[in-house]
Design a protein around this ligand. Structure first.
Ligand code: PAF
Length: 273
């Protein structure tokens, strides 16, 4: 991988990189298309990273379909599909991790304490292997995106991080590989996640700018759907992720909801303007 990238860099090519955990859906394909648009050489990685799953999470059962992923990534114009081996990325006695001090103390970082450390570590390793000029990430996992932006600034990576808006199913559910876990009934009820974000936006447009009231309304809407279990609903500063009481400037509304065993996330920027 490194030899390929050195060669491309030597030829003056711009390397665009899209890291994924595979089981590609339209959301991933929009990232790959963005990468294709921005780089001369497009590298897509597929690796289900064990370091970002805690014991008891879905590492083993995470959906995988390498053949299909390969075909899809190739069709979207990937020049290289990089599928590293777990034992090569994490050899015996591996012991170096990247951890951020503050951003993980919010949102998903609270209920998934190893998630962001695992992401920051694998993304650093992939950056060192792929040597991209540009790397593309989805805005659906907003916290992951800003953790990576922060890490790139803090550690002086010469990589331009590009965020791509969340792609949604026609009814509004954010696309996710984990949607494949949902039963037909859960799939219908999961729509309450997007509806709660829309409701928040409507309340704000109607003059309600107090975060607690909006969170209350969103929570009520979600709880009225059977089989839902709210992990968190937060209205916070889009850069620091610190809670906001009043929405008097753009705020991030982010939430995680369990539908049975399946944990789904979504977010939206609420803008009082
Ligand atoms: O968003 C993902 O798919 C993963 O967290 C990533 C960035 C590929 C790291 O494993």
């Amino acid at each position: 991988m490194q030899e390929h990238s050195d060669l491309m860099r030597g030829l003056g090519r711009t390397i665009a990189f899209v890291p994924t955990m595979g089981f590609l859906h339209e959301g991933h394909l929009s990232l790959i298309r963005k990468g294709r648009e921005l780089g001369d050489n497009l590298i897509v990685s597929i690796f289900v990273n064990p370091a970002q799953f805690s014991p008891g999470e879905d590492f083993e059962s995470y959906p995988r379909n390498l053949d299909r992923d390969f075909e899809l990534a190739q069709k979207e114009g990937a020049d290289v599909i990089f599928i590293p081996d777990g034992k090569e990325l994490y050899p015996r006695n591996f012991q170096t991790y990247i951890e951020l001090e503050k951003l993980p103390n919010h949102l998903c970082g609270i209920s998934r304490p190893t998630f962001l450390k695992g992401v920051a570590t694998v993304v650093t390793k992939l950056f060192n292997l792929v040597k991209p000029h540009i790397a593309v990430f989805g805005e659906k996992d907003y916290q992951q995106l800003i953790v990576i932006r922060r890490m790139v600034r803090d550690l002086n990576f010469e990589i331009n991080i590009v965020g791509v808006p969340t792609l949604r199913e026609p009814d509004g559910l954010a696309m996710s590989s984990r949607n494949s876990y949902l039963t037909p009934e859960q799939r219908i009820n999961a729509l309450c996640i997007y509806k709660s974000l829309k409701k928040a936006q409507e309340l704000l447009e109607g003059g309600v700018n107090d975060a607690a009231s909006i969170i209350n309304a969103a929570s009520g809407l979600i709880k009225s759907n059977e089989g839902t279990n709210i992990d968190y609903i937060s209205i916070c500063d889009p850069e620091t992720l610190a809670d906001m009481e009043t929405i008097n400037r753009p705020a991030l509304m982010a939430l995680a909801v369990k539908m049975g065993e399946t944990r789904l996330i979504d977010n939206m920027i609420l803008n009082p303007e």
